[in-house]
Ligand binder design. Sequence first.
Ligand code: HEC
Ligand code: HEC
Ligand code: HEC
Ligand code: HEC
Ligand code: HEC
Length: 405
Amino acid sequence: MFDKLNKKRMLTLDRILVAVAGVLFFGTTAAIYFNEASPEWIFYQEKFKEIVAEKFGEDVAATVPEGVQQIWVKEIDVTDRCVTCHQGVSWKNMHNVEHPYKSHPQEILKTHPVSEFGCTTCHGGQGYATSKLAAHGFVQHWEEPLLGRALEEQYLFSDRNVLMELNCNECHRYERETKGMSYINRAKKLVKEKGCRACHKVNGRGNNIAPDLTYEGDKSAESFDYSRIGGFPSAFAWHQRHFKNPKELVEDSIMPAFPMNSKDIQALSMLVMSWKKTDIPVAYLPGVETGDKPTPEELEQERKMLEGPGAIFVEKQCFVCHSISSMDVISPANIGPDLSNAVADVRSRFGRELEEFLLNPTGTMSVVLEKQIILTREEKLQLVEKLKEAYQKYLEQKEKEDKMD
Ligand code: HEC
Ligand code: HEC
Ligand code: HEC
Ligand code: HEC
Ligand code: HEC
């Protein structure tokens, strides 16, 4: 009885499934057929032909290629079909028409011919796709989509055609400055000005108090913790929030919240995301060298400081983060406070004597003295003496200044 009922049910279910499958199959076939018969790009190709005919005559229009067009660049593993719709890219006189028919700005393609670079190398998107939505790559992912208007609006950029600098820098990362990359150029300057290397290693240079950032751009979007961020979860959003205030996302972070405007923060977020391990061949990478080397002026200044009264702070690398201005030691980054008056400042800020602070440091200095600058007790006491001397000089200089006023 039970078996029979069950069997009957099964049969009914089967019949329904077959029917559903049949409908689905028919539907899919129809959709594929319909798509093949009139894919989206045909519309754009017909329109392009019309425009060409209007501008240059039927004869020229007859030479416009039809069907799926693609650029294949074996060296960098690119198969881009963007030109299926963007047919005007290589035309010289198609500037005052709309996308996708328009000529490409020519300047950039002189140094990067599309036959050698394709399109996605700079713009992002899915090269192989032939529908607009898929080609412009709108999936919930950062690296995939077109680095174009839609994302620039979403991330509140005030400039256009800048987000793709993220891709430009995969090749141009070792240059200090590259024309046409204003955001990345700015960010590279900031890395120097803010002294990121005081804590981070990038391209083999810097310290290891904090994570090595050389391949920061390879971290997947999923590997960041978004529990304290609302809105669209993306690595870009995470970096922006983190630069604004690291402690907000990573409670015990010692990374300072650098005072920066939102454009600087966008630029730095782009820069760290562009730092990827790349399999682009060396021939495609201009100016390969480690970059960010100290300039001759900086080396000269360091040499001078090594001959002055504050030499020990240079030798022990305190000057990477601190100036001790009363002893003419100037830090390139000034991440920590000027130590000229540390004797008094530590007393008022931490309620402790300097000696006690350096022997049992807290906060940033506990990480610095644990990971980066390893000192014996004697060396610490020696530094305390020097800092007392610096404080003496600081007081003398202050007195002089006060008299002059
Ligand atoms: C099926 C046709 C089609 C394909 C394929 C296509 N596009 Fe487009 N594209 C368009 C149209 C139409 C526009 C006009 C603006 C719009 O409708 O979004 C456009 C606009 C653009 C723009 C300017 C607007 C923006 O968002 O910044 C860029 C850049 C662009 N496409 C790049 C690409 C790249 C790169 C590819 C290949 C990965 C590609 N497109 C493939 C149809 C296409
Ligand atoms: C070397 C990098 C590079 C390559 C390769 C490249 N482009 Fe561009 N593209 C740019 C830059 C840079 C701009 C913006 C130039 C400007 O504003 O002066 C641009 C602009 C555009 C625009 C107009 C965007 C707008 O907002 O008006 C479209 C569309 C476009 N490119 C499509 C393509 C297609 C399709 C290809 C491949 C055939 C391609 N590009 C190859 C760098 C590149
Ligand atoms: C796939 C690697 C690659 C990408 C991506 C790339 N470039 Fe280049 N770029 C090169 C190479 C290679 C050269 C030629 C360098 C040479 O001849 O010394 C070059 C040359 C240049 C030059 C002229 C040489 C100079 O330094 O003055 C500029 C400017 C430039 N690129 C800007 C850009 C911009 C802007 C983008 C993004 C829109 C971009 N590049 C994307 C590889 C790339
Ligand atoms: C005083 C030390 C210090 C300085 C200076 C510093 N950072 Fe950090 N940074 C850290 C520490 C510690 C972390 C790990 C904790 C965290 O995520 O906040 C970190 C994390 C990061 C991360 C996230 C890494 C990841 O994947 O989790 C990025 C990106 C970053 N820093 C970039 C920078 C840049 C760019 C600068 C310069 C503008 C800079 N940092 C300056 C200490 C520092
Ligand atoms: C990687 C950057 C970095 C390096 C290198 C570094 N410091 Fe610091 N230091 C800081 C920061 C940031 C602070 C502020 C910490 C805080 O407010 O919690 C600080 C605080 C201090 C203070 C307390 C100053 C005050 O006025 O409150 C002293 C003293 C000090 N450091 C001494 C040193 C000495 C000595 C060295 C070299 C052996 C050194 N630091 C190397 C980043 C650094």
